[in-house]
Design a protein around this ligand. Structure first.
Ligand code: GLU
Length: 313
């Protein structure tokens, strides 16, 4: 790994932002709900929090966007805290090779989703959290958790996104009911989904997201406080590396080489363990549902910094 000064890192982020602003192939903004379809594809932001605590941002790094599936990382962290490794009896940790909302594997695999980062897996994670809490409490717990991780009490859930998810979530309803038929959803389907939709509707900026990801960069520690054990942080990073970009996870590992989790709002949280927590946002998606420019920006950042986990340290 090459050492990089704060000034050089800032210059690199500014340079990448200028390149992304000029890009013509920007992907397609998610349009399954109006609040996401309304986001202009011109947006691009990036934030990097270093292990030293130094923060560097560029572009639209302070504009809040819908983090969508990135919330699956925080929900997984809470569920592992609640029930420990027993969670893995109800959800796997293998890449799915399928779309984020695919139902096909669930039949042959008896209602056990491949991993916690596809929709079916995250719905099981919500059900696990609801084993101990009412929906309102589980949503409040997640919100408090990300606020604390980011050190920012202004983070909120966008109720218009939650409502739109609720109104259009037919596939998620099918997934949840199907898993319920296999006995892998224990609670009432509508309550589990209501919780899941609110998790998806968390709105955060790149700066807030990169701050929230510090515990994954720093062996489970955020701001001097232990959030989870170092072993658990390593393992969450491993699942992010193998499963964090839907059916595009292998390519992401190949091109970028960092644990990462994307969302259909166009955000990606990526972690360079021991070095940096990185958040990038650009709403145009590639055909797998991952931010087109977000991935390109991360690829360039990693090339210019040597931060891939596969780089000799
Ligand atoms: N709210 C989306 C859904 O459940 C989340 C999709 C995503 O970011 O992967 O369909």
């Amino acid at each position: 790994m090459r050492a990089i000064s704060g000034a050089a890192l800032q210059a690199t982020l500014d340079e990448i932002t200028a390149e992304m602003r000029a890009a013509t192939e920007r992907g397609r903004v998610a349009n399954y709900i109006p609040p996401l379809a309304a986001v202009p594809d011109s947006r691009f932001g990036i934030a990097v929090v270093l292990g030293t605590g130094e923060v560097h941002v560029a572009g639209d790094a302070d504009e809040a966007f819908s983090i969508q599936s990135i919330s699956k990382v925080f929900a997984l962290t809470l569920a592992l805290g609640a029930v420990g490794d027993q969670l893995w009896n109800r959800v796997g940790r293998e890449p799915s090779g399928s779309a984020f909302n695919s139902i096909v594997q669930l039949e042959t695999e008896h209602g056990i989703p491949r991993n916690p980062f596809i929709n079916a897996g995250a719905i099981v994670v919500c059900d696990v959290l609801l084993g101990r809490l009412q929906p309102r409490e589980a949503i409040g717990q997640l919100l408090r958790f990300v606020r604390e991780l980011a050190g920012d009490d202004t983070i909120a859930i966008d109720e218009s996104v939650a409502r739109a998810e609720q109104d259009t979530g037919f596939t998620n309803r099918a997934l949840a009911n199907y898993m319920r038929a296999f006995g892998n959803i224990h609670g009432e389907v509508e309550l589990v989904l209501g919780t899941y939709f609110h998790f998806c509707a968390l709105a955060m900026s790149c700066r807030q997201l990169a701050m929230a990801g510090r515990y994954l960069m720093a062996g489970g520690i955020s701001d001097g406080h232990r959030v989870i054990t170092d072993k658990r942080a390593r393992r969450i990073n491993a699942v992010m590396m193998s499963c964090g970009q839907y059916d595009n996870s292998g390519d992401f590992a190949y091109r970028i080489g960092l644990p990462g989790k994307s969302g259909v709002g166009g955000g990606i949280l990526a972690v360079a363990p021991g070095i940096a927590s990185i958040a990038v946002w650009s709403p145009g998606l590639n055909p797998s549902g991952n931010s087109q420019l977000g991935q390109m920006a991360l690829e360039r950042l990693v090339q210019r910094t040597g931060w891939s986990v596969f780089e000799p340290r």
